[in-house]
Structures are given as structure tokens and as C-alpha cells.
Design a protein around this ligand. Structure first.
Ligand code: DAH
Length: 354
């Protein structure tokens, strides 16, 4: 009995995994296992022998079962330990950072303009960048012989011989959106139209593609005074300080009268400060919408009137954020973008000051 016990306990102790343990269980205490066969021999024994062997075999069976259970638990623990060891993860390690992209200053200023004008009741209107030349010129009172057409260094779209669609251009300004908005909405109307525009020109202050924002307000009794208020309100919100404006008489075919607008500034050590001093910086063109332009937009000039303006987005971005060279805006130089770009979380709002 002692040999039997020593043998099985030793085998169980040495079992390497759960299936080896199960084999041992079958061989020792299974139906035809060694201990079970021994128990069957009890029947052939004398009652005296049986009284000793019976309880001893039962005790042996219990011991073997207990050893099997203990070993099974130990094997389970070892497997868990191994999993914990191999799947171990240090959650306190710092994460691998990925550089987030930045919002381009043009996009930022575009959003700032939209937020400020939206607060004054202007909705955003957009138009195509490849524009019918009627919208870009004729409807804006710039007939074909007009010198303004030549001055704008227009990119014309190629037309194959026999193609008799109207001539198209890359729009030279956002003003054609005025006509499209008037046609779509009629009067009264209050829209701004930020967008890309194109001219064949390239130097430190000109790039072939740049950005403008157009403004249009039409109602029964809109005047130059409303224009001046809107613009001063805009510049003060945009630059975060009270900004004086100066209106200079000018000429645009699409407005009558027309004015170029300067904002107050000071030059300090080669940099410009808006809203201080007594220098002036030209920032936009504006005026009262010409009756012919209202007509082209399907609005009766006898009943309605209004103002319009057009401003360079890139230019006011340079002024606000101290960016010296326009061309760098469109170089896609990552160092420049990281320096001048904005976090995606810096959403322009009027409350926080834009
Ligand atoms: N379209 C003009 C330009 O590109 C700017 C402009 C001037 C727009 C006067 C206007 C305006 O709406 O009234 O230079």
C-alpha cells in the first residue's frame, strides 16, 4: 500500500500539464485504474483482511484524488502566472506622441471673419472658382473693352475650337458671388463670401492664388454710414482693439460711389501696429452697389440699394499675426506651418475675442 501511494504521488507531482494529469487519474482511480482493480479484490479476501485493506484502500483513493486536485490547481496557477508574465504591460510608460497638424493662418482668419460677420447677421455664400466671364466681369459692369479686365491679369480657361460654351476664367475676385447671391436670394440680402481668387502675378506681396472675402448688404435704405459702421465693428473685433478707418474716394466699376478703406496703424521698428498711431494702411475696396450690378442680379435699383466690399484675407492675416512674406503662405514648409499654424482647438469665438 505504501509503495502504491509513493508511486502515484510521485507521478502526480511530476505531471507537466493537465492532460498528463488526466491520464494519471484514469490509470490510478479510473474504472479500470490500478487502485480500483485492487478494490475489486476485496471480495476475495477474508472478512478480517477486508477490514484492514478496505479502509486503507479508501484512504489511498482519497489521498490520490486530493493530490490530483492540488496538482490541478497548481498547474492552473502556473498557467495564469505565465500569462501574466508574458502579457505584462507597463501602463505608466509615457505614450508615443504623434505630431498633430496645425490650422493654416488663412483658414483661421477665414473662420474669424465668418464668426464676426455672422454675429452682425451676415450669412456665408460661396461661388465657383472656375467662373463664367459674365459673372466675373460683365455682370459687375466691366464690359469687354474695359481696362479693368486687362489690369486683373486674368487666367482664361482653354476652349477647344468649336466649343461654344461661354468663356470661363479663374475668378479674379470674389465679387461674382455678389451676383450669384442676388440671383439666388433676391433682396433684402446680407452675405459674406470668403474664397480663393486667381491672378497671374508673383512677387513678395502677390501670389497667383490668394484669398478674399466679399461683403454684400442690400436693403431699402442701406447707406455708406452702415458700411462704415460694419467695417469699424469688424476691424475692432478682428484686431481686438478699437480701430479707426479712413475712407478715400476711389473708383470701381461695380460701385458708385466707391471708396478705398484704410485702417489706422503705427510703424514701430519695422513692424506695423494696427489701432495705434496716425499712419494708414489700405485694406479693402468698397462702395454702394452700382444700379447696373443690382439689375444684373435681378434686383430693382429703384426699390433697393446697398453696399459691398472686398478684402484680402491673406493681407489681414499678415497684419494680425505679424507674417512678413505672403509667398510663404503657400510654400507648405512644415517649419513655417508649425510656427504660424493654430491648434485645432483654438476655435474662433466672439466671446474669447477672435
Ligand atoms: N473686387 C475688388 C478687387 O478684387 C475689390 C472690391 C472693391 C470689392 C470694391 C467690392 C467693392 O465689393 O465694392 O480688387
Amino acid at each position: 500500500m505504501d509503495d502504491l501511494k509513493a508511486k502515484w504521488l510521485q507521478l502526480i507531482g511530476a505531471a507537466g500539464d493537465e492532460s498528463a494529469l488526466e491520464d494519471l487519474r484514469v490509470q490510478a482511480v479510473g474504472k479500470k485504474g490500478e487502485v480500483s482493480l485492487k478494490m475489486r479484490e476485496l471480495g476475495k479476501m477474508t472478512p478480517e483482511e477486508r477490514q484492514i485493506a478496505g479502509p486503507a484502500l479508501n484512504a489511498l483513493k482519497d489521498e490520490i484524488n486530493a493530490a490530483l486536485a492540488a496538482k490541478k490547481a497548481a498547474l492552473g496557477d502556473a498557467a495564469l502566472d505565465e500569462r501574466l508574465r508574458s502579457e505584462w504591460l507597463d501602463v505608466t510608460l509615457p505614450g508615443r506622441t504623434r505630431r498633430a497638424g496645425t490650422i493654416h493662418p488663412v483658414s483661421q482668419v477665414w473662420e474669424e471673419c465668418t464668426a464676426i460677420f455672422a454675429d452682425m447677421g451676415f450669412a456665408v455664400a460661396e461661388g465657383p472658382q472656375v467662373e463664367d466671364d459674365w459673372y466675373n466681369f460683365d455682370a459687375l459692369n466691366i464690359p469687354s473693352h474695359h481696362p479693368a479686365r486687362a489690369e486683373m491679369d486674368t487666367f482664361y480657361m482653354h476652349r477647344a475650337a468649336g466649343d461654344n460654351r461661354p468663356p470661363h476664367v479663374l475668378r479674379t475676385h470674389t465679387s461674382p458671388v455678389q451676383i450669384r447671391s442676388m440671383q439666388a436670394e433676391g433682396a433684402p440680402i446680407r452675405t459674406i463670401s470668403p474664397g480663393r481668387v486667381y491672378r497671374a502675378d508673383y512677387d513678395q506681396t502677390h501670389t497667383p492664388m490668394f484669398h478674399q472675402v466679399e461683403g454684400l448688404a442690400i436693403d431699402r435704405d442701406i447707406s455708406m454710414a452702415n458700411l462704415k459702421w460694419c467695417l469699424e465693428e469688424f476691424f475692432s473685433a478682428y484686431f481686438g482693439t478699437a480701430v479707426k478707418t479712413r475712407f478715400r474716394a476711389s473708383h470701381f466699376p461695380f460701385t458708385e460711389p466707391s471708396a478705398e478703406v484704410d485702417i489706422q496703424c503705427a510703424w514701430e521698428g519695422g513692424t506695423v501696429k494696427v489701432g495705434e498711431g496716425d499712419d494708414w494702411l489700405e485694406v479693402l475696396g468698397s462702395g454702394m452697389v452700382h444700379p447696373k450690378v443690382l439689375q444684373a442680379g435681378g434686383i430693382d435699383p429703384a426699390a433697393w440699394q446697398g453696399f459691398a466690399f472686398g478684402m484680402g484675407i491673406d493681407r489681414i492675416a499678415m497684419l494680425k499675426y505679424g507674417i512678413p512674406d505672403l509667398r510663404a503662405f503657400f510654400d507648405s514648409d512644415l517649419r513655417w506651418l508649425r510656427h504660424y499654424g493654430f491648434s485645432a482647438l483654438q476655435v474662433p469665438t466672439l466671446r474669447g475675442g477672435v
